[in-house]
Design a protein around this ligand. Structure first.
Ligand SMILES: [Zn+2]
Length: 215
């Protein structure tokens, strides 16, 4: 995984790319990989108590993502800015799959990372479902193109097929998350992130599940 040279990361919200696979991405960019980050939703619901200027909030979250990315060697972002927090219709999921196929055709990644299919957050599951549909597309589908696809975890623990030791770049992952002040204002994400990474004992790990073909 860390030998991939062209990577597309699909993140539901700004910060999921850091929480889910920021350490792995840092290792990859350190080895010269080109990484593109797609952030699907606008993140507008991340300020339920109105602690931040609302007119600027979506742009603020984009700026936080880009600032955090600099700690991980990430400089290429696409923001779809879709409204979050609703149950996606089948048509919307198909549209997402088609749009993903277009992006993949342009970027030609050899590795795609996305939230795993068992993620407990509705928006994350929506993205995982759209990725599964993209993989199954007759034309432009990931299976046809032989792309390696892995699911990452954010807050829902996955049964891992692969662990990546990110201990060596952990300070960069922390630095990246610290840019997301609009989210840290609501929860101690740093402590939660550490708990997820260290749950098997010493060292920090990111965990991934191989995306099984959809039957
Ligand atoms: Zn999220």
């Amino acid at each position: 995984m860390i030998d991939a040279k062209r990577i597309l990361v699909v993140a539901p919200h700004p910060d999921d790319e850091v929480l889910g696979c920021g350490g792995t991405l840092s290792l990859c960019t350190g080895r010269g990989a080109h990484v593109h980050v797609l952030i699907v939703f606008d993140g507008a619901a991340g300020d339920p108590q109105g602690k931040f200027e609302s007119a600027d909030y979506v742009a603020r979250r984009q700026r936080e993502a880009e600032a955090g990315g600099r700690s991980l060697g990430l400089t290429n972002y696409t923001f779809w800015g879709l409204p979050e927090g609703h149950l996606a219709s089948s048509e919307e999921l198909d549209q997402g799959a088609e749009r993903l196929a277009e992006l993949v055709a342009r970027l030609q990644p050899e590795l795609v990372l996305a939230p795993w299919v068992g993620d407990g957050h509705r928006d994350h599951r929506t993205v995982a479902e759209a990725v599964s549909r993209w993989l199954s597309l007759a034309e432009g589908g990931g299976r046809e193109m032989g792309i390696d696809v892995w699911g990452y975890e954010v807050w829902s623990e996955l049964p891992p097929d692969q662990l990546v030791d990110v201990s060596g770049v952990w300070p960069r992952k922390v630095e990246a998350l610290e840019q997301h002040q609009s989210q840290l204002a609501y929860a101690d994400l740093l402590a939660q992130m550490r708990c997820m990474a260290q749950r098997d004992g010493s060292g920090q790990y990111e965990r991934f599940q191989r995306w099984e073909p959809v039957s």
